[in-house]
Design a protein around this ligand. Structure first.
Ligand SMILES: Nc1ncnc2c1ncn2[C@@H]1O[C@H](COP(=O)(O)OP(=O)(O)OP(=O)(O)O)[C@@H](O)[C@H]1O
Length: 312
């Protein structure tokens, strides 16, 4: 079986409102598949149907070759689901909670124990919290605990719904490294939703962007960026009141120039980033205008996301 998920013309209706409008796509086995979309795009509704948590209005979904509508009992033990909101038993300790879910998972799927709990906690930076009650954990620690719970019982498909949304930059990095370790097992498929483009670009081998319940783009992060045919942009900030746009009007490779009077900033889109940089620095030297700073930005997934989903 090459595909972990096959989604065929799937729709989700809540009363008169259609949240998912006939989506079809497939997710290859192994690696990390990212689902991106603005708030309200329908990501949670789509995932809830795939995970068997809500009914499918029409269309079909298969997970690991099994039909979600008719074989969910067989599929569930092979899925690990981390949810955005977790209402765990708050008076249990982390150790008791993990033991409870571990037994539940093993009862559901035979003898598949998977990664030892100690390994999971160590990799998620929770080893010293084993005897803490759930209610004594911070928001970020609870979020990492929910990832550990999703991995109990050695699931083949792991769903992570915004896994780093409440984490500080250090914990986020730690969690990214953990997900990268998970990806090394070719039999595991990670399906991830995120609003962080940097996270998607770093972790996902393939990305699907959805908006308003529809699939609007799919491919590897680099394919999506290339498909935009976007160009580098350079932003310069000059010493106050000295720079004039006419100094740089006819430069080779320049596609667009924008000047902001209020901040004395020049934004240049260019096909020839090194030449443009050199020429503008030469102009500022000839005209004796100090460059306060400059930034070079390559086109990235954020540009792709904004262009497909609207900047608002
Ligand atoms: N149970 C429900 N009843 C009615 N409408 C719903 C229900 N659940 C979701 N919706 C609507 O469906 C649309 C998609 O919601 P969904 O939660 O799937 O989006 P999302 O992409 O996950 O958003 P976010 O990024 O904000 O989590 C929204 O307009 C939402 O209001």
């Amino acid at each position: 079986m090459i595909y972990s998920l096959e989604i065929n013309d799937v729709r989700k209706r809540y009363g008169d409102f259609e949240a998912v409008k006939g989506m079809s796509f497939r997710v290859r086995k192994g690696g990390c598949f990212g689902i991106l979309g603005p708030n309200g795009a329908g990501k949670t509704s789509l995932l809830a149907m795939i995970e068997g948590l809500t009914s499918i209005t029409s269309g079909s979904i298969s997970v690991l070759g099994m039909d979600v509508a008719t074989q969910i009992r067989k599929i569930q033990p092979r899925m690990g689901v981390q949810l955005q909101q977790n209402n765990y038993f708050r008076f249990l300790t982390v150790a008791q909670l993990l033991k409870f879910y571990q037994e539940l998972r093993v009862a559901g799927n035979g003898k598949r124990n998977g990664k030892p709990v100690a390994w999971l906690l160590d990799r998620l930076g929770l080893s010293d919290k084993l005897n803490f009650k759930v209610e004594q954990l911070s928001g970020g620690q609870k979020q990492r605990l929910s990832i550990a719970v999703a991995l109990l019982g050695d699931p083949d498909v792991i769903f992570l719904d915004e896994p780093t949304s409440a984490l500080d930059p250090h914990s986020r990095l730690y969690t990214w490294e953990f997900i990268e370790q998970l990806k090394q097992d070719p039999d595991k498929t990670v399906v991830l939703t995120t609003h962080y483009m940097e996270e998607a670009e770093r972790l996902c081998d393939e990305i699907m962007i959805m908006n308003d319940g529809k699939l609007i783009a799919q491919g590897s992060p680099s394919e999506l960026v290339q498909s935009m045919q976007a160009h580098h942009s350079i932003q310069f900030r000059f010493a106050k009141g000295r720079f004039k746009l006419e100094f740089v009007k006819d430069m080779v490779g320049v596609i667009d120039l924008q000047w902001d009077d209020k901040t004395d900033c020049l934004r240049v889109q260019t096909r020839e980033v090194a030449d443009t940089l050199r020429e503008i620095l030469a102009v500022s030297e000839n005209q004796s205008i100090d460059v306060i700073n400059f930034d070079v930005n390559r086109p990235n997934l954020e540009d792709v996301f904004l262009s497909h989903t609207g900047k608002d």
